[in-house]
Design a protein around this ligand. Structure first.
Ligand code: FMN
Length: 208
């Protein structure tokens, strides 16, 4: 299975070369994330692609992860702060359109979702949305590995600074997790030649 080879090839890169990733490949990685699963199917997060060097310099301040600025592209997975009735109604209207259903055909689904989210606090909404971003992150890691694009998933960043610099709060979003894209500087990355560390499969996975 080619996927296993790709996953053995990938690792969380510490040091990138200056080589840029083509916009075509970045587009394919984003498309893969857009196609992945989300709970209730309402994609409660957005992806921000950051390339501007000044913005990336600011985002990297105070973080031990130099990959935030020293990589080709930085993807920020920004989760919804709250799931509003308006968000649900807009998304369900898009479902009706894309599935060529009559307007109002999915009203029951819309109302069920609205009733469900109305029982939850904004904090619960944000936690739920944040979990969905990690499904996207996993998909992006796999897609990038297939394209032989290197990556680093990162939680080591200042979420408040990201929200402010990227204007996320005003969009009802918050930075959840990030992924840098680029090409490894194998000669200067101590991890490039290190074997992967993983549990033996029999310990990791059991059958009952
Ligand atoms: C959600 C998440 C957050 C991570 N945050 C960081 C980080 O902030 N900085 C970093 O260098 N690596 C980070 N990593 C990379 C992990 O350390 C790495 O995936 C793990 O050690 C396994 O190694 P491998 O990915 O190279 O196989 C993160 C990984 C995940 C999945």
């Amino acid at each position: 299975m080619e996927l296993i080879k790709n996953l053995q090839w990938r690792y969380a890169v510490k040091k990138y070369s200056d080589a840029p990733v083509s916009e075509d490949k970045v587009g394919q990685i984003i498309e893969a994330v857009n196609l992945t699963a989300s709970s209730c199917g309402i994609q409660p997060y957005r992806m921000i692609v950051v390339t501007d060097p000044e913005i990336r310099q600011k985002l990297a301040e105070g973080s031990f992860n130099i990959q935030i600025k020293d990589s080709s592209h930085l993807l920020v997975f920004a989760a919804c702060n709250t799931i509003t009735n308006e968000y649900i109604a807009d998304y369900v209207a898009m479902m009706e359109e894309q599935r060529r259903l009559e307007t109002g055909a999915l009203n029951d689904y819309r109302d069920t979702l609205a009733a469900h989210f109305s029982t939850q606090t904004p904090e619960q909404h944000a936690i739920w949305s944040g979990k969905q971003t990690y499904i996207g992150l996993g998909t992006a890691l796999i897609a990038a590995a297939e394209l032989k694009v290197d990556t680093t998933p990162m939680e080591g960043f200042n979420p408040q600074a990201f929200n402010e610099i990227l204007g996320l709060t005003a969009k009802n979003l918050h930075a959840s997790v990030t992924l840098s894209l680029g090409y490894r500087d194998a000669a200067n990355d101590y991890l490039a030649s290190m074997p992967k560390v993983r549990l033996p499969i029999r310990e990791f996975s059991t059958r009952v």
